[in-house]
Design a protein around this ligand. Structure first.
Ligand code: AMP
Length: 423
């Protein structure tokens, strides 16, 4: 087989037609279900200003500069979006979406980019769907966001999942906890992993979700954040748990579940699947009451989640859940001779305008080869045309599944096929 001179970049994959049908099924499902939750779709550019993504971290730190694809052109810095929370918030502030009134319930689907080391379930270009609800501090918003996330997996039949839940408190609770955590870790600072030592001053909470073996003993004995929540944060957390319980959504409290940045507040959650192997996180999210203000807007509470679509597809495959339908076409016009071919070309638009999918041979193949091609294309019907048919103005309509044929004028063929275009 001939080899392409070029390949995709590491960790970036082509989604080929047979796969695309699965993606479309998934995207349709997400759009239909989002509408039931009254979420509206938002689409933002693939590239953002680098500063939006690295804000708060000051300079391009090691972590950020290693994981993002960024470049500059003239005065401007561009970054391929690694996630959509910050871009959606940017759009919310820039376009004054708060002025539409009420809370903004937004969802998105699209590609994200992270320069990570690729492995199963981890790519450099991957896709997420997610929601962001802006303008509500009510625990109902947290629960609606979590419900939507779970709803999508349940609709597909992925039920063997674990919802992990925690609260990282409001800034007051967190500052108090950070101090306690640091004084717990400080005596053993030298024994912590290099990465945790780096996080000690800037982001001590992240030490709690360290995967490094040497950090284990100190994490396991650390005081729990939930014990340091002030009244407001504790009440919010209790309400979230109460509503989830009312809805019959099971969860596991995980006091080590934290989210990286300081703008995260209160609820944090993650959805895990045992069917995914090492990369077992299907989705994650939480509340971020401080982000809108950080990006320049009025203080606005917000909550959201992001889910990996590749991992969702992997989970479906592992569980044998079929996605999408097989390739098919309603009508394939099989022609013999130039006049028939010309007739076919002229009838394709009529079939399509009537709502049918229709095609014919583009390769000058024999009738036999065209019939074979119609089968390969999974055609429901063929219309067979030669000189005789043209003279008599009656054409052979063949039902491919039933192997039945009738000879009819074109109008009657259209009328016969009418039931196919009731979609
Ligand atoms: P995050 O934005 O890091 O909270 O990720 C949310 C979800 O996106 C994760 O739970 C994964 O399902 C998915 N995800 C994150 N990074 C990748 C990646 N590099 N490749 C594929 N999926 C990813």
């Amino acid at each position: 087989m001939a080899q392409s001179k070029y390949t995709t970049h590491l960790g970036m994959v082509d989604i080929l037609p047979d796969e695309v049908r699965k993606w479309q099924a998934l995207e349709n499902l997400i759009r239909i279900e989002a509408e039931k939750f009254n979420f509206e779709e938002i689409r933002t550019p693939i590239m953002e200003q680098t500063e939006l993504i690295v804000r708060g971290l000051g300079q391009l730190t090691d972590i950020v500069s290693k994981e993002i694809f960024a470049f500059s052109r003239g005065e401007d810095n561009y970054v391929l979006r690694p996630e959509l929370t910050a871009p959606v918030v940017r759009s919310y502030v820039e376009n004054h979406l708060d002025q539409r009134g009420g809370s903004q319930k937004l969802f998105y689907i699209g590609p994200m980019f992270r320069a990570e080391r690729p492995q199963k379930g981890r790519q450099r270009q991957f896709h997420q769907f997610g929601v962001e609800v802006l303008g509500s501090d009510d625990a109902v918003a947290d629960v609606e966001v979590i419900s939507f996330m779970i709803h999508i997996y349940q609709k597909l039949g992925i039920t063997n999942t674990t919802l992990k839940l925690n609260s990282v408190g409001d800034p007051e609770s967190r500052e108090k906890y950070k101090a306690v955590l640091k004084s717990h870790l400080k005596p053993n600072f030298d024994k912590l992993s290099e990465i945790s030592q780096k996080r000690f001053e800037k982001n001590p909470l992240r030490i709690l979700d360290s995967k490094e073996e040497e950090d284990r003993p100190f994490i396991e004995t650390a005081p729990l954040i939930t014990e340091y929540l002030n009244e407001e944060s504790r009440t919010h957390y209790s309400k979230v748990k109460e509503y989830l319980t009312d809805l019959g959504i099971q969860f596991e409290e995980d006091p080590y579940l934290v989210r990286g940045m300081d703008y995260y507040t209160k609820t944090a959650f993650e959805l895990i699947s045992p069917d995914l192997g090492a990369q077992d996180a299907l989705a994650g999210g939480g509340r971020y009451d401080l982000l809108v203000e950080e990006i320049g807007g009025q203080p606005t509470p917000a909550v959201g989640f992001a889910a990996g679509m590749e991992r969702l597809i992997i989970a479906c495959e592992e569980l044998g859940i079929p996605l999408g339908t097989e390739k098919s076409v309603d009508v394939y016009i099989v022609t013999l001779g130039d006049a028939a071919r010309k007739w076919g070309v002229s009838k394709l638009p009529e079939l399509r305008m009537a709502g049918l999918s229709a095609t014919m041979d583009y390769m000058g193949r024999s009738m036999k080869a065209q019939m074979k091609d119609a089968n390969r294309e999974n055609a429901s019907f063929t219309i067979i045309v030669g000189d005789n048919e043209l003279n008599e103005e009656k054409f052979t309509l063949r039902n491919m599944k039933a192997s039945e044929e009738s000879s009819l004028p074109f109008d009657e063929i259209l009328a016969n096929l009418e039931y196919l275009y009731v979609d």
